[in-house]
Design a protein around this ligand. Structure first.
Ligand code: HEC
Ligand code: CU
Length: 362
């Protein structure tokens, strides 16, 4: 899809049928605005310099009226404005006319996640899988406040409101992974109300549906993924969030850093230290916190402790800022069968996307 001159890196990659049309309009309007801004500013500077006090220029012959000039500066913008209006309306009608033959998908927005359900029953949280080249129609509603489903690469965005269904349609044209965002400020974790849109080839998609919409089902978990799963199941994230908080110090970025303890000693947080901190937290308390961490010595196996440590090593600042923590696996037994209400009730209280593990997302 090349509208050559209209593709610049200032825009997200265009990946839907409508995107080039949108970009052409957007770039034209932006271009006009830039053109007029530069022209006006340049003239202001030029005249200010030329007619500043003390310059020897002709100040007689003051024009008080010039009908031709006035017609031009009103007529040209008027025509331009109507052209932009007409063009925008055409584009708007095109995106707001729902395709008849479209893949139906349902979307529920809630603080702070996107829940999707396909007609075949497959459910997804903060992820949406669609087929390249096939029009998609999403029927949306919010369970709480106003959200807006925003798919920048598709140039598609529409309000998701409580108490009423709204619709959004697009036709993806390029396989790939794209962004899902919320474009309506909907509360403290609005910026974390993000996800991934996967545009797949028909065969890939058929495969994905075959596995019940879970492409990770048959793949063993990596050691870090297994750690993330334990982290989620044991509720570590109830205390340990992305930043230090009164309940617990953050574990982000602690690996191989010096930790200070209440008894005045310190140690480097290596694997050995992490093991002790998890199995026997009372041995040495991180300065600033009390002895409130549960003792996991009896409940976690050595393998689980190893997996946890490997997971903690991956928690580095910045990671997971946009892309949610990449824990691509299914929690055994909860494979898409926890209801939307369960998830809403769990409601992302952990406070950080990095720690929003698969269990809470599902
Ligand atoms: C009830 C809250 C709570 C839970 C649940 C909890 N922790 Fe902690 N954790 C703490 C507190 C408080 C500290 C700081 C005091 C200390 O060192 O024991 C801490 C310290 C740590 C440390 C050392 C951090 C540092 O600053 O050097 C690690 C590692 C750790 N926890 C891992 C875990 C893991 C893994 C889990 C889940 C299996 C977990 N914690 C569950 C409260 C909690
Ligand atoms: Cu939102």
């Amino acid at each position: 899809m090349g509208w050559g001159p209209f593709q610049y890196n200032i825009m997200p990659e265009p990946a839907s049928e409508h995107a080039p049309y949108y970009d052409a309009l957007f770039m034209t309007i932006t271009g006009l605005a830039v053109f007029f801004t530069i022209t006006v500013v340049a003239m202001i500077i030029f005249f200010a310099a030329r007619y500043r006090r003390g310059t020897k220029v002709n100040r007689k012959n003051i024009l008080t009226h010039h009908t031709g000039l006035e017609l031009i500066w009103m007529g040209v913008p008027l025509v331009l404005a109507f052209l932009m209006f007409g063009w925008s309306t055409k584009n708007y009608m095109a995106v707001r006319t729902m395709p008849k033959e479209a893949t139906e998908i349902f979307c529920i927005g809630k603080k702070w996640m996107w829940h999707f359900q396909h007609m075949n029953g497959v459910r997804e949280n903060n992820e949406l899988h669609v087929v390249v080249g096939k029009p998609v129609k999403i029927t949306m509603i919010s369970q709480d406040v106003i959200h807006a489903l925003y798919l920048p690469e598709m140039r598609a965005q529409y309000m998701v409101v409580p108490g009423r269904y709204t619709e959004l349609a697009f036709t993806p044209t390029k396989p790939g992974r794209y962004k899902i965002l919320c474009a309506m400020h909907c509360g403290t974790q609005h910026s974390e109300m993000v996800g991934q849109l996967y545009v797949m080839n028909p065969s890939e998609y058929a495969d994905w549906v075959d596995k019940g919409g879970n492409k990770y089902k048959n793949k063993p978990l990596t050691i870090q993924e297994a750690g993330a799963q334990i982290y989620s199941e044991k509720g570590c994230a109830n205390c340990h969030t992305g930043t230090d908080n009164p309940r617990a110090p953050t574990l982000v970025g602690i690996y191989e850093k010096t930790r200070k303890f209440t008894d005045g000693t310190s140690a480097v947080a290596d694997r050995e230290y992490l093991r002790e901190a998890i199995k026997m937290p009372h041995n040495r308390l991180t300065a600033g916190w009390e002895n409130t961490m549960p003792v996991y010595g009896g409940t976690l196996t050595e393998l689980q402790v190893l997996q946890l440590a490997e997971y903690i090593k991956t928690l580095t600042p910045g990671k997971g800022d946009f892309v949610r923590q990449d824990v691509k696996h299914s929690t055994p037994g909860s494979d898409g069968d926890s209801s939307a209400v369960d998830i809403a009730n769990k409601g992302g209280s952990a406070g950080n996307a990095q720690f929003r593990t698969s269990e809470e997302r599902r």
